[in-house]
Design a binder for this molecule. Structure first.
Ligand code: ADP
Ligand code: MG
Length: 475
């Protein structure tokens, strides 16, 4: 068998293609060129440093898995960065970087009490059977205070975070609850506090975990009869950071166990940091006793950043990526993307990607196209309720009629249209669409979508319904 860089890479691509979104594959993998193969190292050429960083940040796992399959356990990946004449660099140049050379936080040693009868702690962060265990902090060092820009919108939360990092467990901000909408920096700030604590107090055990993962671990521990180990594990932590606690809602068992862990940590002067997409008063299905604990410390809100802050966030991002962009373009983006920092960054990433793959200049026109896409995507998120209301209104009936069990043709059609648009305009599953539109099952929804597709092609009147409703629902 004669293996070449190309054949090995082709196999990797096949595997990767099966496992990621088509758009992502097109954007990040198609432009890569396989260059060289030695015994266990494959060199691939990527178009920019940014590109390399992006692959390392988002796709390093899948790259590793696919390469291991091809070249065995010791497989190595080497990036060759070939800078074309983009971003005003005069000469194209290349640079070689091995995969995964990022600095990461060291793992932390913790002594598990001897009296622990079952040394096999069923916790993914523990090496089983060893008394002195290592706990990975799960912190992302690239989320730090330095690159979390301050503005009116986040001043309180950011400064409270700094205060907590200076004196973990020693301020009245315990717990510190950071809340705010999607993409406003909750996760970033939570990591930043942890990263700063590890810098200042290397001996403290810090653990970052999402509430989903926490819940899953708890469920696993119940299944394997190691609930006590689970609790002990968390009680050893000095700084516990739990992200997105709104996901604990309705999960009574997990809330209960968290309540005990929380009390133990709090009583022992350990720091707890929580994030949530809502203020405690607005949280639903969270036990009262837990809610009251959340309110003990400080709840600090992250609001949408104002224009100036948006500009500085964009400029900082560009600076870090080593990219220059004219001011008018930066201002255009900041003016049009208002309520989500992740989207601000998304626009910059798309701009850089477009510019480097298609050899396009940064232009206001390109910015407009990309911003439009982002804005449309957010607008597109209509609710199924809204779809039902609009469709009913269009056909002059009320929502109850649309949902009713009747087989009258015009009502059936209205219902099918509602299902069709729910499928097209939301990310909801067929089953859930059926459930929300008159308690039907997923097969009915599937049938509805097919019927609408067929009628749209064969029936002119019907096509007009679809066109009219599309306009109503998407503008
Ligand atoms: P959330 O957890 O609230 O949904 P994230 O913490 O994931 O939001 O933030 C989304 C993106 O926006 C991240 O890439 C983060 O680095 C960035 N970000 C948010 N706020 C700021 C800020 N004040 N300065 C710099 N970057 C920010
Ligand atoms: Mg988050």
């Amino acid at each position: 068998m004669n293996r070449t860089a190309q054949s090995v890479w082709d196999n990797c691509l096949e595997f990767i293609n099966d496992n990621i979104q088509p758009q992502a594959f097109k954007t990040w993998f198609e432009p890569i060129i396989a260059v060289k193969l030695t015994e266990n190292a494959l060199s691939i050429q990527v178009p920019s440093k940014f590109f390399y960083e992006w692959l390392e940040e988002h796709y390093v796992k899948i790259l590793k898995v696919s390469l291991n399959k091809e070249l065995g356990e010791n497989a190595k990946l080497v990036y060759i960065i070939k800078m074309e004449n983009t971003y005003g660099n005069k000469q194209p140049f290349t640079e070689k970087i091995p995969s995964a050379n990022r600095t990461s936080l060291k793992s932390q040693d913790v002594d598990v009490p001897f009296n622990n009868k079952n040394p096999e702690l069923r916790n993914p962060f523990i090496i089983p059977g060893i008394r002195n265990v290592k706990i990975e902090s799960q912190l992302n060092p690239s989320y730090n205070f330095e690159n979390f820009l301050e503005g009116d919108s986040n001043r309180l939360a950011r400064n409270a975070g700094i205060a907590v990092a200076n004196k973990p467990g020693g301020t009245s901000f315990n717990p510190l609850l950071i809340f705010g909408g999607v993409g406003l920096g909750k996760t970033h700030l939570a990591h930043a506090i942890g990263v700063d604590i590890k810098d200042k107090y290397p001996d403290k055990t810090v653990l970052y975990i999402s509430s989903e993962k926490f819940t899953q671990q708890f469920i696993d521990s119940v299944k394997s009869n190691t609930r006590n180990d689970f609790i002990h594990f968390y009680q050893m932590i000095d700084v516990l950071i739990i992200d997105d606690v709104q996901f604990l809602s309705g999960k009574a068992g997990t809330q209960d166990v968290f309540f005990h862990i929380f009390n133990h940590l709090h009583q022992n002067g350990k720091q707890v940091i929580l994030t949530s997409d809502k203020a405690p008063v607005d949280m639903q299905d969270i036990e009262q006793r837990l809610l009251s604990r959340f309110k003990w410390g400080l709840s600090a809100e992250l609001q949408a950043p104002d224009f100036e802050t948006r500009i500085s966030i964009l400029q900082n991002k560009l600076f870090r990526d080593g990219v220059q962009m004219p001011d008018d373009i930066v201002e255009y983006i900041a003016k049009n993307i208002k309520s989500n920092v992740r989207e601000l960054e998304g626009v910059i990433i798309s701009m850089i990607a477009q510019a480097s793959f298609n050899r396009r200049e940064f232009s206001l026109e390109l910015a407009k196209q990309i911003v439009d896409k982002f804005v449309k995507n957010t607008k597109k998120e209509v609710s199924i309720d809204y779809i039902q209301k609009e469709v009913s209104k269009y056909f002059d009936m009320d929502v109850a009629t649309l949902q009713s069990k009747t087989r009258k043709r015009h009502i059936v059609q209205a219902r099918q249209l509602a299902m069709f648009f729910a499928k097209r305009l939301t990310k909801t599953s067929l089953a859930s669409i059926g459930n929300q539109i008159g308690q039907r099952d997923h097969a009915t929804v599937l049938h509805a979508c097919k019927t609408v597709d067929n009628l749209t092609e064969t029936d002119k009147q019907f096509r007009k319904y679809v066109d009219d409703l599309t306009k109503k629902l998407t503008f």
